[in-house]
Design a binder for this molecule. Structure first.
Ligand code: NAD
Length: 368
């Protein structure tokens, strides 16, 4: 299969982890006989430094020409500490999602058995948790009217349209059909009008999926239940802001931010990225966990290219690497021996070597 993959490493650890995601994609191409071409673009702080624009037109053009996008992260402490700066790295990411109409962010939250003890949640609560988040990406307070009335008052308007809720609700219900047939829709319908519309539309759509159970939760209750009983969730459907917060919380189910991959899909090219940010506290030190980027590459192989076997082989390679006891510092515990704690690049190499063994027939590919 011949595909062109646009690579946007972005800022901070985005650069380090994306290099490992690309390494694994190149290896998949070699081992399975595909022809993947890679084209690189700039975004975020790096792009602002070079062009003054967090998403230069050249980058957007390159994305529109590609078959899928592997993205790292954007962000820089310079902006975090200066909230009044008008041009900001995250604008590049928001505009990219909007321009490419990537309305659904899909985040699988699954704990690898070998990481049961890496989470701060009790293993008996966690074991077997397997959640698929659908976070709406192009509406909500992120894109509503915003501004300052005066020095003392600011506002961000939370807006949702029927169409925006309908299209992501369909995706969530369809996904639930091939899983445990339950959708939990999360909103704040007791106080927010936009949430009342959300709930009404989700209820209407659910009539077309009689085989799928629908549950509604207020976001505060959902936040509590995610930690109290993560196994009670199957597919979670929620808006942009609530999804942003809940999926970071849910990263603790998977052990670390560095373990969670995501796919953003719409009607055009798919975007694949770890859920974490540019993590400047650890950038440039080889401490970043590249598994979220590698698992994002696996999602790309499955969802954008339909390469299920290749995708499962990458996930299995990650699982086997963890089974060997290899850890980056974020998922290491007091019991991890020093010689099993790997830097970013060595973790990518370790996954690559397991992938080779799988393809050589020395390890089984099974769904994990
Ligand atoms: P962050 O996700 O960058 O980091 C949160 C914590 O998790 C940090 O302690 C970090 O060291 C750790 N962490 C994150 N990814 C890790 C990995 N792969 N391996 C090991 N540890 C990891 O969030 P933050 O600190 O709130 O934000 C830092 C910057 O990233 C900000 O400028 C923010 O705007 C930006 N950001 C960007 C995105 C994105 O590009 N999608 C998402 C969130 C935050």
């Amino acid at each position: 299969m011949k595909k062109t993959i646009a690579v946007l490493p972005g800022d901070g650890i985005g650069r380090e982890v994306t290099a490992e995601g690309v390494k694994i994609l190149k290896q998949v191409a070699n081992l399975f006989g595909h022809d993947f071409g890679f084209v690189y673009g700039t975004i975020g702080h790096e792009a602002i430094e070079q062009t003054g624009n967090p998403l230069p037109d050249d980058t957007l053009h390159l994305l529109r020409q590609s078959d899928a996008i592997l993205f790292g992260a954007v962000g820089h402490p310079h902006y975090d500490n200066n909230p009044s700066l008008a041009v900001r790295p995250e604008q590049g990411l928001l505009r990219m999602r909007k321009e490419l109409d990537l309305f659904a962010n899909i985040r699988p939250i699954k704990l690898f058995d070998d990481l049961l003890h890496a989470s701060s949640i009790k293993p008996e609560v966690l074991k077997g948790a397997d959640i698929l988040f659908f976070r709406e990406l192009t509406g909500d307070v992120y894109f509503g009217e915003k501004g300052r009335k005066d020095h003392h008052t600011a506002y961000d308007v939370m807006v949702y349209s029927r169409h925006e809720v309908e299209r992501i609700a369909h995706l969530a219900f369809q996904a639930a059909r091939s899983r445990r047939k339950k959708v939990t829709s999360v909103d704040k319908a007791n106080v927010l009008e936009s949430s009342r519309l959300w709930r009404q539309v989700v209820q209407e759509i659910s009539a077309q999926y009689a085989d799928v159970q629908l549950e509604h939760l207020f976001v505060d209750a959902a936040a509590m239940k995610l930690i109290q009983n993560p196994r009670s969730f199957d597919v979670v459907l929620t808006g942009n802001l609530f999804g942003d917060i809940l999926t970071d919380e849910a990263s603790q189910i998977a052990g670390s931010m560095g373990m969670l991959a995501s796919a953003s899909v719409g009607h055009t090219v798919g975007l694949y990225e770890p859920i974490h940010g540019s993590a400047h506290d650890i950038a440039g030190k080889g401490l970043a966990n590249p598994l979220a980027s590698i698992l994002s590459a696996a999602l790309m192989l499955d969802l954008s290219f339909g390469l299920k076997k290749e995708s499962m082989a990458v996930v299995r390679a990650v699982e086997l690497t963890l089974r060997q006891g290899y850890r980056t510092p974020d998922i290491a515990t007091g019991e991890t021996p020093d010689n099993k704690i790997l830097n970013t690049k060595s973790m990518g190499d370790a996954v690559g070597s397991e992938l080779e063994k799988i393809v050589a027939g020395e390890a089984l590919i099974t769904e994990t």
